[in-house]
Ligand binder design. Sequence first.
Ligand code: F6P
Length: 366
Amino acid sequence: MNAAIRGITKAAITEYGMHVIGILDGFRGLVENRTMALDWNTVSGILTHGGTLLGTSRDKPKKMPMGGEEFDMTATAVKNAQRLGLDCLVCLGGGGTQKNALHLHEKGGLNVLTLPKTIDNDVFGTDISFGYDTALSIATDAIDRLHTTATSHQRIIVCEIMGHNSGWLALGAGIAGGADVILIPEIPYDLDVVSQFLINRRRAGKRFSLIALAEGARNKNEIVTEAVEAKKKPKIRKKKTGDEKDLVEGDDHDLLPVFQEPKASRLARDLQRLTGIEARVTSLGHVQRGGAPTPADRLLCTRLGTRAAELLAEGKYNVMVAVRGTECVAVPLKDVAGQKKIVPLNHPWIETARLVSTCMGDRYSV
Ligand code: F6P
């Protein structure tokens, strides 16, 4: 994020003579009118720092949690943007951010411009999102390290990797780290297939097995159970129309999603039972979102950020700056918002994984 904020700000100020304001903590900061000046000095030295000097939040303008309830704060967000005299609101984020930015444009008439940022790499319309390469390198490094201990102790190790409902991160890190099994949401897995694969490996004399498990991966039985459970689930979220006067201090705990037990634990338990091989779990979690960005991400952020400034100078609004091949191009936001880029089943990476005998969990292989 910082590298992109720096790219936009430096190019906007020096090349195009713009005035840049940073909004703190994402859409919540816009609703609460919290900003900071972005100038040459504030963005100096942040290229190599992970995270964002502006802070962020998951809050959406149209469903802003306040005092245990949710309010539609779109009008306040728009009013505050107008008060600041913004020509354009630049939003950096994943799929949700693209949708919220489009919402502010369509419902509030704001000019917006977005950049694709997520470790999940699932933003539609761009070849890659920034953050992905850094997380990929962390997850790959973790798999490398897990190999050492797995082989010493003759264990199965299940390594849970983020990615939300897409498998880009687990697939990429799994291939790069040489995982023996890669399980991704796009390919529902069969527990018997996986356990038989692990038993065969042990019989063939392999001392260990490494499983790269995407957090969104599901086995075939879970998919059926979840569909039934989803029907029973009570709705706890409330939505109201609000204004600044409705902002009250309070406890938003009721609005938090149910705490998630790492999926990897359950899988490891099942595999130990089915194979008789000792299994261990590592859930990488938010480690994947920390630390310094990789050179590839810094380069990408700087390219996308400076291209964003160029588009702003041309008055080209309501677009996402996307990577297509070697180019950074503007794509209409309405063509990308609300869609997800999951791993296509015919993607060359899946074929590549299978060709090095990786089990993808769906069919028996050697
Ligand atoms: O979208 C990025 C991501 O890290 C996903 O991979 C993961 O599912 C989610 O965010 C975790 O969200 P939070 O940080 O809100 O727990």
